[in-house]
Design a protein around this ligand. Structure first.
Ligand code: SAM
Length: 206
C-alpha cells in the first residue's frame, strides 16, 4: 500500500523556499523539520544539501507514514528515519538518550503556527531554544500579520476561515512570534517576503 500524501501548497512553495534555504542553511549538522506534513518538502530539499542530515518529523501518525513512504520512493542518503514529534512536548525525541544525529544546526517549519493553537508556536520556540546551539537557525514559513495588519485581503479571508474552523487558530502577528522567540534566546534576523503573501522568518540562537 502506498501511503504517500500530496500537498498542493508544498508543490507550489517548495522551489521558492529552496532558493532561500540555499543561501541561509548552515554548512553542516542536521536540519530538524518540525511538522513535515506529507514529506514532499523533505524529499525535495534533502538532495540539495548533501552535507546536511534532514530529520523529518510529524505529530500525526498518518502523515508520519506518508513521510516514510515518500522517503522509500525518493531516497536520499541524508534523509534520516522520520520521528513522531509534538512541538508542545517539553522533551522532544531528539533530546532522548541515543539520538545520534546531533548537532541540530537548523529547525525548519512550514505552515504550522497559524494552523494550530498558539501553544504550538510556544512549544516550537521553547524547543528551538533548548536544542539549537549558538548560531543555530530557526526558519518559519507562512503568512504573518505585520504590526497587527494583514498583508493582503486574501490573508484576511484565510484568517477568518481558519478562526471559524478553530478559534485558537489564526495568522500570527510577526511581533508576537518575535517576542516568543526572544523569550527563548532567539533573535530575529530577517523576514523574507515570499510569493502569495507569505514570509520566511529567520531566527538565530544567540
Ligand atoms: C498545514 S500542515 C503543514 C505541513 C507541512 N509543513 C507542509 O507545508 O505541507 C500543518 C501541520 O502542523 C502539524 N501540527 C499541528 N500541531 C502540531 C504539534 N503540536 N506538533 C507538531 N506538529 C503539529 C499538523 O500535524 C500538520 O502536519
Amino acid at each position: 500500500m502506498d501511503r504517500r500524501q500530496y500537498s498542493a501548497s508544498a508543490a507550489r512553495n517548495r522551489d521558492p523556499i529552496l532558493g532561500i534555504l540555499k543561501d541561509h542553511l548552515p554548512e553542516s549538522g542536521t536540519v530538524l523539520e518540525v511538522a513535515s506534513g506529507s514529506g514532499e518538502h523533505a524529499v525535495h530539499f534533502a538532495p540539495h544539501f548533501p552535507n546536511l542530515n534532514w530529520q523529518a518529523t510529524n505529530y500525526d501518525t498518518t502523515q508520519l507514514n506518508s513521510v516514510i513512504d515518500w522517503i522509500a520512493h525518493s531516497p536520499s542518503g541524508n534523509l534520516l528515519p522520520p520521528l513522531k514529534l509534538d512541538a508542545t512536548a517539553t522533551i522532544w525525541p531528539i533530546e532522548a538518550d541515543g539520538y545520534t544525529a546531533m548537532p541540530i544546526t537548523a529547525i525548519f517549519n512550514v505552515n504550522m503556527i497559524h494552523i494550530s493553537p498558539w501553544c504550538v508556536c510556544e512549544g516550537l520556540m521553547a524547543g528551538a531554544g533548548r536544542i539549537l546551539q549558538k548560531g543555530g537557525r530557526l526558519f518559519i514559513y507562512g503568512p504573518f500579520k505585520i504590526d497587527g495588519k494583514h498583508t493582503a485581503p486574501t490573508n484576511e479571508q484565510f484568517d477568518e476561515w481558519l478562526r471559524a474552523d478553530n478559534a485558537d487558530y489564526g495568522i500570527r502577528d510577526q511581533r508576537n512570534v518575535i517576542a516568543e522567540a526572544e523569550k527563548n534566546g532567539l533573535v530575529h534576523m530577517q523576514a523574507i517576503s515570499m510569493p502569495a503573501n507569505n514570509f520566511l522568518q529567520i531566527f538565530e540562537h544567540t
